[in-house]
Design a protein around this ligand. Structure first.
Ligand code: SF4
Length: 350
C-alpha cells in the first residue's frame, strides 16, 4: 500500500472544498488571494468546541460589528461578552478581546505570520497558531484537530487509544504536510474529516485516499480512533437565590473574573458542592425563601450541575451585593446559557 499523497487530496479539495464565510476558495487562493488573518483567527477561536453551523451567524455578526481587529480592540469587554453569549467557554471571549488589543498594541494591528509569533499572543495555543499560520499565511505548519486525528488514525490504522496516540498522530500528520499549498492542504484534511471521513459511517467510496487507507483495507475504519473510556462526570449541586424586589427588579451579580463563567452575570448562587448540600447562609439577603419545584440541570466539561431555585420577595430598600435589574432589561446584559436556564425556570415555576 502506497503512502497517501497530499497532491491527491488537494485535487479533491479543488473540487469539493466547503464554502465557509472566513475562507477564500481554492481557485482564489491559486490566483494569489489570501484570507484575512483577522477572519481566520476569529473563526478558529469560535470553532474551538463548537460546530461550523453554530459559528456561522456569530462570525457574521462579529464581522459586521467589528470589521477589523482594531475595531474589536477598541470596543469594551462587556460588548464582546454580550455578543459571544451562547457560544460558551467565556474565557475564550475574554482572551479574544485581550488578543485583539495585543495585536494592536504590540504588533501594530498586524497578525504575526509564524506559529511562534502567533503563540506569543493571549489565548492562541499550538493548534490555533498552526491553523492561522497555514490558512492565512500559507506556512507549512502541521494543523491537527480532532478531524485530522481521526483521518490519520484511519489512514495508518493506529490502534493505540487517544489521548496516548496524540504524539504519534501528530508525527504522521507532520510527515504528510506538503511545502506546496500547505494552507489549502490543512483545510482539505479538515474538510475530509468533516464531510467524508466522519466519526460514524465514513464514506470511504468517495474518499480520495481510499486506496491508501489501511483501516479501510482492514475493515476497522469506523472503530478508529480508539479512545480510553471516559470517567463519568461527577454531579455537583447548588442553590440559586431568585430575589425579587417589591418593584419587580431581580438581583443579579457578576461572577469573579477567574474561574467558570468568569466575569459573567448570574443569579446569585451558593457554592457548587459535590457532597454537602449548600445552606441558606450563602443567600444574598436574609428573607423568607421558598423552593420552586423542579431543578435546573447544566453540563460543564468536568462535572454536571443540578441547581435548586429558591425565591424570596424583599423590600425596595433591601441591601444586597449585585445589581437590581427589571426582567424586561435582562436582554441588555451578557447572560450565559446557565443563567438563561435559571431565568426560564424561575418564570415557568413561580
Ligand atoms: Fe477515512 Fe475511509 Fe478515507 Fe480511510 S478511506 S481516510 S477511513 S474515509
Amino acid at each position: 500500500m502506497a503512502n497517501p499523497s497530499a497532491t491527491v487530496l488537494l485535487d479533491w479539495y479543488d473540487r469539493h472544498a466547503r464554502r465557509l464565510p472566513w475562507r477564500v476558495s481554492p481557485a482564489q487562493a491559486r490566483r494569489g488571494r489570501r484570507p484575512d488573518p483577522y477572519r481566520v483567527w476569529l473563526s478558529e477561536v469560535m470553532l474551538q468546541q463548537t460546530t461550523v453551523a453554530t459559528v456561522g451567524p456569530y462570525f457574521r455578526a462579529f464581522l459586521e460589528r467589528w470589521p477589523t481587529v482594531g475595531d474589536l480592540a477598541a470596543t469594551d469587554l462587556d460588548a464582546v461578552l454580550h455578543a459571544w453569549a451562547g457560544l460558551g467557554y467565556y474565557a475564550r471571549a475574554r482572551n479574544l478581546h485581550k488578543c485583539a488589543r495585543a495585536v494592536v498594541d504590540q504588533c501594530g494591528g498586524v497578525f504575526p505570520d509564524t506559529p511562534k509569533g502567533l503563540r506569543a499572543l493571549p489565548g492562541i495555543g499550538p493548534y490555533t497558531a498552526a491553523a492561522i499560520a497555514a490558512i492565512a499565511f500559507d506556512r507549512p505548519a502541521t494543523v491537527v484537530d480532532g478531524n485530522v486525528e481521526r483521518v490519520m488514525a484511519r489512514l495508518f490504522a493506529v490502534e493505540e487509544s487517544l489521548p496516548v496516540a496524540k504524539p504519534q498522530l501528530h508525527l504522521l500528520a507532520d510527515a504528510l504536510t506538503p511545502q506546496s499549498r500547505p494552507g489549502d492542504y490543512a483545510q482539505a484534511v479538515m474538510d475530509l474529516g468533516a464531510t467524508v471521513c466522519t466519526p460514524r459511517s465514513p464514506k470511504c467510496l468517495m474518499c480520495p485516499w481510499q486506496r491508501d487507507c489501511r483501516a479501510q483495507a482492514l475493515g476497522i475504519a469506523e472503530s478508529l480512533p480508539r479512545r480510553a473510556p471516559k470517567a463519568e462526570r461527577p454531579l455537583r449541586r447548588g442553590l440559586v437565590f431568585w430575589t425579587v424586589r417589591s418593584d419587580g427588579a431581580v438581583l443579579l451579580r457578576r461572577r469573579p473574573e477567574r474561574g467558570l463563567l468568569g466575569g459573567m452575570m448570574e443569579v446569585p448562587s451558593s457554592d457548587w458542592a459535590a457532597r454537602k448540600p449548600a445552606g441558606l447562609d450563602q443567600a444574598p439577603v436574609t428573607a423568607d425563601w421558598r423552593e420552586l419545584p423542579g431543578r435546573v440541570n447544566h453540563g460543564f466539561t468536568h462535572f454536571k450541575l443540578e441547581l435548586t431555585v429558591l425565591v424570596a420577595r424583599v423590600r425596595k430598600n433591601a441591601k444586597a451585593e449585585g445589581v437590581w435589574i427589571m426582567p424586561e432589561a435582562f436582554g441588555d446584559h451578557a447572560l450565559p446559557t446557565l443563567t438563561k436556564k435559571v431565568v426560564r425556570h424561575a418564570f415557568a415555576n413561580m
